[in-house]
Ligand binder design. Structure first.
Ligand code: FIX
Ligand code: ZN
Length: 416
């Protein structure tokens, strides 16, 4: 085979292997069917996804509160009209809706949403969840489980049959980003805590985390943090990491995942769609990884500008696992750029993607779109290797893709 034909063949083999690879989706906002209404699916949920709302509001003329007061179906109609009927749905989030509908076998070009609604209404939830997971090639996924959320706590407290496909992750944002309020809440909920983070308070908060980690069987602890997050510092967040979260994660051998760079409520009128981005100070990650070599840190960063720095930090600390192209970086040109950069600086020692899906149907498009970009970048790397004198076998490609799609996370998190 000549060189060109061999290289075209490598790209084809990679594409096939990546498209067939099974995924562990390590961060989503999805729930197992046992959580009832908390599990979102269907056309209206797809259309009112906050990624789409941020785009639709650029065209809406009506006041924010008027929109928020409408029913979900009315909101979905407006979004459909602005983004899909009056214009071509070229943005990544809009194209996502088209990909998901298409892969479900539905005709996406609809003037009347009721036809789609009728189809979704006929689906059985359990079967539908399995179908979405199958179409996405997702074997299991991590939820985002907040003990501070009343609706979610009720489900955990009343008990339900576990579903091995849905893995729990203990989400602790209120603890680290709004300590005074959370301190009050903990007190009201039977924990003997004080605003000052002394030994007794730290012990009580660790007891709280232990209770929920066990109840949820959480595989890691997670927080999302603003761009100005600093460690070490005199903030309650930094103190709580030292007194509570780091010792807790070290004791239980579970990772502490930090998603850094979100500016909450840049435009509060947009509600969930109103969060923005800022450049984060990754010295905080260097300092954490250096201070706690026994703690496994997982990090994803929201701004494009710090991705290179994050890779370099990853090269310095083996207790740091880098994951996913988060939110505003989950767009094709950045997925390609970031994945290429990570492969070049970290080999296959990272998790290439997480979906962050909030609506189960979204895992179809999120993984479809990412797979083709990851395949393209990997093919380039294997072609470069072939040119350097190293031909990869299909088994080796499969091994590498498995690592990138959840295998490395499992190795890193290690047996918990
Ligand atoms: O903090 C997070 O987990 C973020 O992913 C969310 O807050 C965000 O709203 C989102 O859905 C991004 O994809
Ligand atoms: Zn998320």
């Amino acid at each position: 085979m000549n060189k060109e034909a061999n290289e075209a063949m490598i790209a084809k083999r990679v594409d096939k292997i990546v498209s067939e690879a099974r995924v562990l989706d390590i961060h989503t906002h999805l729930y197992a069917p046992a959580f009832g209404k908390l599990l979102l699916w269907g056309i209206d949920e797809l259309l009112v996804y906050h990624y789409l709302l941020a785009e639709a509001f650029r065209y809406f003329k009506l006041p924010y509160d008027k929109f928020h007061a409408m029913s979900k179906a009315e909101q979905a109609e407006l979004v459909w009209d602005e983004l899909f009927v009056k214009r071509s749905p070229v943005s990544e989030a809009c194209r996502g809706v088209i990909t998901s509908l298409n892969r479900l076998g539905l005709e996406p070009r609809q003037k009347d949403l009721n036809l789609l609604r009728k189809w979704f209404a006929e689906q059985d939830t359990d079967e539908y969840v399995s179908r979405c997971m199958e179409l996405a090639g997702v074997d299991s996924l991590c939820m985002t489980n907040s003990p501070f959320d009343d609706a979610e706590r009720q489900v955990w407290d009343s008990g339900f049959d576990g579903d091995g496909r849905f893995v729990a992750a203990l989400r602790i944002d209120p603890l680290l980003v709004s300590w005074p309020k959370t301190c009050e809440w903990l007190k009201e909920n039977g924990y003997d805590v004080e605003p000052e983070i002394n030994d007794k308070t730290a012990g009580e908060v660790r007891r709280f985390l232990g209770h929920w980690k066990d109840k949820m069987r959480a595989e890691y602890v997670m927080v999302s943090l603003p761009p100005d997050f600093e460690y070490p510092s005199s903030t309650a967040c930094s103190k709580l990491i030292d007194a509570v979260v780091a010792p807790f994660c070290a004791e239980h051998g579970i990772p502490f995942a930090l998603m850094i760079g979100v500016k909450r409520g840049v435009n509060k009128e947009l509600k969930l769609a109103g969060d923005g981005v800022g450049w984060s100070k990754l010295e905080a990650v260097e300092n954490l990884c250096g201070a706690y070599p026994e703690v496994k840190f997982m990090v994803t960063a929201l701004s494009r500008e710090v991705q290179h720095t994050l890779c370099v930090v990853g090269r310095k600390f083996r207790n740091l696992h880098i994951f996913g192209c988060w939110w505003f970086t989950n767009v094709p040109h950045l997925i390609e750029e970031i994945t290429r950069m990570r492969l070049e600086l970290l080999g296959t020692s990272f998790t290439a993607q997480h979906s962050d899906a909030r609506v189960i149907d979204q895992i179809i498009y999120k993984w479809d779109h990412s797979r083709s970009l990851i395949a393209k970048v990997l093919a380039d790397k294997y072609i470069d290797l072939a040119r350097a004198g190293w031909e990869v076998s299909d088994e080796e490609i499969k091994r590498d893709v498995t690592a990138l799609f959840g295998g490395e996370f499992k190795r890193f998190a290690g047996g918990h």
